[in-house]
Write a protein that binds this ligand. Structure first.
Ligand SMILES: Nc1nc2c(ncn2[C@@H]2O[C@H](COP(=O)(O)OP(=O)(O)OP(=O)(O)O)[C@@H](O)[C@H]2O)c(=O)[nH]1
Ligand SMILES: [Mg+2]
Length: 279
């Protein structure tokens, strides 16, 4: 499944805009039209503060072939909104969601790792879906772009060798001398409790199977567990609406160019032939 926004009508519109730009390089709207048509799916990550939006933006940049628009950034040219809820939807989430176009909005249940287990996260996501009347996808963005230092990986491997369990109170994980406490604090921040538990399980299972993991192999298994790639399908479902939006955006810009007197007849003729799109 691909998140490619192109299509015959968009390609044709691109050709027209490229041609006009080469002849009228000073017309600002033509540059904007080119940017509008350009490239990957632009996904604006939104949600309440602290829900892990920046982490999600990084995760989708690294794991999906899309261009994220971070929480503080201008989303005027967003194709799609990826809205992150954590726990149960709050009134602020409902208000924000009412303002976003449903056919171009995907909902994620972020920090799914904090809900106990993946099954618990799926149950919560189902309950949120029923409550909001739309699909909500559980994800663990923290694990999607996990990047362990060698010492952190060595500490995890040592924990498995020592049979050291992950305490149920995360704070009890921070033990040892000053250097070790710093290392453990960093690891907890990077993986959180569920991530550390998963990493220990993965290392142990691989050891038992006689094919120990190295750091890179552990990272890719954790990234796979993050659930980020499961966002590809709901994002792909928005693509038809995205293509229509991009064509409308370009048609609007070309209309303005024509209205200002540049290539008026040519643009009007072109628009009537090519950009016949239903809103
Ligand atoms: N356990 C867990 N923690 C996460 C996850 N994603 C983000 N976090 C943590 O949540 C905190 C907030 O993450 P950010 O990505 O900064 O969230 P934000 O919505 O941009 O936050 P603000 O900009 O402060 O409003 C950080 O400590 C992240 O490490 C996740 O999937 N699981
Ligand atoms: Mg932030």
């Amino acid at each position: 499944m691909t998140l490619d926004v192109s299509g015959p009508e968009l390609d044709r519109a691109s050709e027209i805009v490229t041609d006009l730009r080469s002849r009228f390089p000073d017309v600002v709207e033509l540059h904007r039209a080119a940017r509008e048509l350009d490239g990957r799916l632009r996904v604006a990550v939104r949600g309440r503060s602290g829900t892990g939006r920046d982490t999600m933006a990084r995760a989708i940049r690294e794991r999906l072939e899309v261009t994220p628009i971070g929480p503080g950034d201008d989303d005027a040219d967003a194709d799609v909104w990826l809205y992150v809820v954590v726990g149960w939807p709050r009134p602020a989430d409902r208000i924000a969601l009412r303002r976003l176009p449903p056919e171009r909005t995907v909902l994620a249940l972020g920090k799914a790792d904090t809900l106990g287990s993946w099954e618990d996260a799926e149950d919560t996501a189902h309950a949120c879906s029923a409550d909001l009347g739309r699909s909500v996808h559980p994800v663990m963005p923290l694990l999607a772009s996990v990047d362990l230092a060698d010492e952190e990986f060595a500490l995890l491997a040592q924990m498995v060798r020592d049979d050291e369990p992950m305490p149920s109170m995360a704070a009890h994980f921070i033990t040892g001398d000053r250097a070790e406490r710093t290392l453990r604090t960093g690891l907890l921040r990077r993986l959180d409790q569920f991530g550390i538990l998963s990493a220990l399980d993965l290392i142990e299972a691989a050891d038992d199977a006689g094919s120990p993991l190295d750091r890179g192999a552990l990272e890719s298994l954790l990234r796979r567990q993050s659930g980020i790639s499961a966002l590809t399908a709901p994002l792909a479902e928005t693509l038809d609406a995205v293509r229509v939006r991009r064509l409308h955006g370009v048609a609007g810009l070309l209309d303005r160019v024509a209205a200002s007197g540049t290539a008026r007849d040519e643009i009007e003729h072109t628009l009537s032939r090519f950009v016949r799109v239903d809103a």
